[in-house]
Each structure stands twice: as structure tokens, then as C-alpha cells.
Design a protein around this ligand. Structure first.
Ligand code: NDP
Ligand code: HSE
Length: 429
């Protein structure tokens, strides 16, 4: 074992960073044995220097993150501040000053991954970010390395712990949205601004990262269709139950059947209770990867929280330190396929549409005609009516999102349709 320690600068010491520091300290001997050299915490950058941080030597704490990454003797920078700036500049500065980087920052990687990989390459350094997608679950490394010889066609799953926690609570305990969000925040699952979770931005960033790696194609955040879960209601859960389904916020990245393009989307969807994703509870995540040779793989585990996320960060830290000692770098960006990303209108799936209509003769036929005119085939219709008004629930066969959009637009124009109460995609069948 080499005796000179590898020096680590920790940027951020919040929910994730404090657990990274704790594990680095408590597992120091094991980490040294696995890496082949001791790792030393050389500095900890935070915003509030006076906050008491258990297990952290106050002498290591600084508010000058830039000076820390510029020191020149840092081997690895662990960025767990979050957000775009100053994280982006700190990471590029770290490369320029000789350090490799481990980050948990999905927002930044999804937005600027290509430029950050280029900066890492320019300086022959590593950029690893296993913790950026699905917390503790090893997903980036399996896609990037274990499946590097296969052809991935689909990645589908639950990649946001906070929203899964909320939807699970709404479904199983009848908890209100705000109450469940407050609990998820208190447990350290939510982003600094939980809008990123509930409006689907966090899951969309993860989908962009996953699609990029799975399809060897640059997928930008803007390429990912995104709907959050704030509009999911107790009535939607009741409808889902009647169909033998529950509701999950899904991220779905697919290669088109002809292989010539890809799509990436995040939205709430009904899935059958018999589907394994239906049983993913609390802040757990689960992701299915379908590839040509391997078939279907499922990855499951804690998707958020300090300790699970720190596990993924530490795994990257060990890998990067080993590379450093061996004088090597790990895999960089692979975007050679450069497939076009198709718009949401091209996505084909099933839909559950809930309409408020007038309860009188001919209405059902009128509604059915609109579906037929747009080439959307109806699978089932359920009507319940009272006092001249009725609720009509239509479940379609597979249709394109563009066709469904046209159908809904036309339905809204019918005098007999009082409103479109909800539209939800049905997946996993
Ligand atoms: P927190 O808000 O708990 O921690 C952020 C840390 O960054 C704090 O220690 C804060 O300092 C420090 N910080 C903020 N701004 C600066 C700055 N300008 N200079 C130096 N330090 C700064 O966030 P999390 O630990 O929850 O998340 C960190 C990253 O990990 C994010 O990218 C997040 O998306 C990602 N992540 C989080 C998961 C989770 O479950 N929480 C799971 C997977 C990824 P101070 O302590 O003084 O406020
Ligand atoms: N806020 C994120 C989530 C953290 O809830 O999934 C893990 O990436």
C-alpha cells in the first residue's frame, strides 16, 4: 500500500456530504485497503462555517470553495453542493488544477454533462456521478460498463424518491399532498427547492442522463418531455384502483422500433398492481432496463437520502482513486450514435381519460366518433351519471400522443363535454 494519502476536497456538507464525510472517517481503514492508499479529507467547503458538524474537524471547514479546489494538491473533488453555479465552475476549476471529480448533481450533469466531460478529457481526469441517478442503486456503471457490449432499447422506472414517497402515501394512507411532501423534505429526500421533485425536473434530468448513456446519444434536458405529479388527485387514485392500477411518476427512455431515434419522457402514469413497479414504496426507486442480448434487468433500492446516496458517492470515490493510482481514467462520454430525439407526439401508449359530460341520448356516440375520427381506438368505456350529468371514463388502445392530443382538443369543443377531468397514460401492460 502506498503511504502518501489521496486528498479529497468535499464541496458541500449537507444531507449527502455529511454522510460522505462520516463514512470516509468510520471506514477509513477499509477504504484504504480497497484503494491501495489512505484517503484523507483535506477540506470541506460549506456556506455556513459556524454550523456545528459532527465528526468534522472545524479546521477543515472553509467558505472558500474556489481556493480549496485550486490548492493543487487535491486528488479528488466530491461535489455535493447541488445546482448549476457555483458547482459547474468549481468542477471545471478542479479539473484544471489536477483533480478528478465525483458529483451527485443530476441537474448540472443533465444540463452541462457534455461540456464537463470535455473538460475532464482535456485534463485527463475522471468525472463520475453514480449518485446523480436513483440514489444508492448502481445504474450508471451497469449501463456504462456492464452493458457496454449490448444494445439497450428501453429504460423505464421510478427515479425520484420524493414523488414516490408522496404518491405512495396518497395511495396507501390517504395522506394529503402537502403533508407527505413535508415529511419527505424532513427525511432529506427532497431537493433544496422541492419544485424540482414534484414538477418532474429532477426525474427529467435523470432521464436525460440515463437516455444519453443507454443510447450513446446526447439527450438534453429540453429533449425530455416532462409532467409533474402536482395534479394527481385522490379521484385519480380511485379511478386507478377501479382498473386494478396505481399511479407512479415514471421516467421512460425508448429507442424507436426502427432504431433510428429515441424518446425520453417523465409523467405520472397508471400501472397495473401486478407490475413490480406498483410495489415500489416510500422513497425507493426501481428501474427496468431492456436490452437486446440480456433481456430485462431490474434495479431496485433506496432512491434518496443521505446514507444511501453517500454509498454511491463512496463507490465512485474508490473507483476514481483506484484510477488515479493506476494512472488511468475511466470511461468518458459516449455519444457516437447521435440519434435524433423524437418529440412526445411520436410516443405511442394507452390513455385513461376522464370526462364530465351531459347525461343525455347520443353523447356517448358523439364522444366515440371523436375518438374514431382521430384514429384512437377505444378499449373500455365506463359511465356513471346523476342529475343529468355523467362521468365518462374512456381507456384507449395504443395510440400516438399526437393523436390523443387532437382527440382531447376536439372533445373540449363538444357542447356536451363539460370538462376533461383528467388524462393519464397507462403503462406497464
Ligand atoms: P443540502 O442542501 O443538504 O446540502 C448542500 C450543501 O452545500 C450544504 O452543506 C451547504 O452548506 C453547501 N453549499 C451550498 N452552497 C454552497 C456554496 N456556494 N459554497 C459551498 N458550499 C455550499 O443538499 P443535499 O446534500 O441533499 O444534496 C446535495 C447534492 O446531492 C444535490 O446535487 C442533490 O441533487 C444531490 N442528491 C441528493 C440526494 C438526497 O437524497 N438528498 C440524493 C441524490 C443526489 P451549508 O451546510 O453551510 O448550508
Ligand atoms: N430529490 C431526489 C429524489 C434525491 O427525491 O429522488 C435523489 O436524487
Amino acid at each position: 500500500m502506498r503511504t502518501r494519502p489521496l486528498k479529497v476536497a468535499l464541496l458541500g456538507c449537507g444531507v449527502v456530504g455529511s454522510e460522505v464525510a462520516r463514512i470516509m472517517t468510520t471506514h477509513a481503514a477499509d477504504l484504504a485497503a480497497r484503494i491501495g492508499a489512505p484517503v484523507e479529507l483535506a477540506g470541506v467547503a460549506v456556506r455556513r462555517p459556524d454550523k456545528v458538524r459532527e465528526g468534522i474537524d472545524p479546521a477543515l471547514v472553509t467558505t472558500d470553495a474556489t481556493a480549496l479546489v485550486k490548492r493543487g494538491d487535491i486528488d479528488v473533488v466530491v461535489e455535493v453542493i447541488g445546482g448549476i453555479e457555483p458547482a459547474r465552475t468549481l468542477i471545471t476549476t478542479a479539473f484544471a488544477h489536477g483533480a478528478s471529480v465525483v458529483s451527485a448533481n443530476k441537474a448540472l450533469i443533465a444540463q452541462d454533462g457534455a461540456a464537463l466531460h470535455a473538460a475532464a478529457d482535456e485534463h485527463s481526469k475522471d468525472l463520475y456521478y453514480e449518485a446523480a441517478v436513483a440514489g444508492a442503486i448502481p445504474l450508471i456503471r451497469p449501463l456504462r460498463e456492464s452493458l457496454a457490449g449490448d444494445k439497450v432499447n428501453r429504460v423505464l422506472g421510478i427515479v425520484n424518491g420524493t414523488t414516490n414517497f408522496i404518491l405512495d402515501a396518497m395511495d396507501t394512507t390517504g395522506a394529503g399532498y402537502q403533508e407527505a411532501l413535508d415529511e419527505a423534505t424532513a427525511l432529506g429526500y427532497a431537493e433544496a427547492d422541492p419544485t424540482a421533485d414534484v414538477e418532474g425536473f429532477d426525474a427529467a434530468a435523470k432521464a436525460a442522463i440515463l437516455a444519453g448513456i443507454a443510447f450513446h446519444t446526447r439527450v438534453r434536458l429540453d429533449d425530455v418531455y416532462r409532467e409533474g405529479m402536482t395534479e394527481v388527485t385522490a379521484a385519480d387514485f380511485a379511478s386507478a384502483k377501479e382498473m386494478g392500477c396505481t399511479i407512479k411518476l415514471l421516467a421512460i427512455c425508448e429507442r424507436a422500433a426502427d432504431g433510428g431515434s429515441v424518446t425520453a419522457r417523465v409523467h405520472p402514469a397508471m400501472i397495473p398492481l401486478s407490475h413490480p413497479l406498483a410495489n415500489v414504496r416510500e422513497a425507493y426507486n426501481a428501474v427496468f432496463v431492456e436490452s437486446e442480448a440480456a433481456g430485462q434487468l431490474m434495479f431496485y433500492g433506496p432512491g434518496a437520502g443521505g446514507s444511501p446516496t453517500a454509498s454511491a458517492v463512496l463507490g465512485d470515490l474508490v473507483a476514481v482513486c483506484r484510477n488515479r493510482i493506476g494512472g488511468a481514467t475511466g470511461p468518458g462520454e459516449s455519444a457516437y450514435a447521435a440519434l435524433p430525439v423524437s418529440p412526445m407526439g411520436d410516443v405511442v401508449t394507452r390513455y385513461h381519460i376522464s370526462l364530465d359530460v351531459a347525461d343525455k341520448p347520443g353523447v356517448l356516440a358523439q364522444v366515440a366518433t371523436v375518438f374514431a375520427e382521430h384514429g384512437v381506438s377505444i378499449d373500455t368505456v365506463r359511465q356513471s351519471g346523476k342529475d343529468g350529468e355523467a362521468s365518462l371514463v374512456v381507456v384507449t388502445h395504443r395510440a400516438s400522443d399526437a393523436a390523443l392530443g387532437g382527440t382531447v382538443e376536439a372533445l373540449r369543443k363538444l357542447d356536451t363535454v363539460r370538462g376533461v377531468a383528467s388524462i393519464m397514460r397507462v403503462e406497464g401492460e
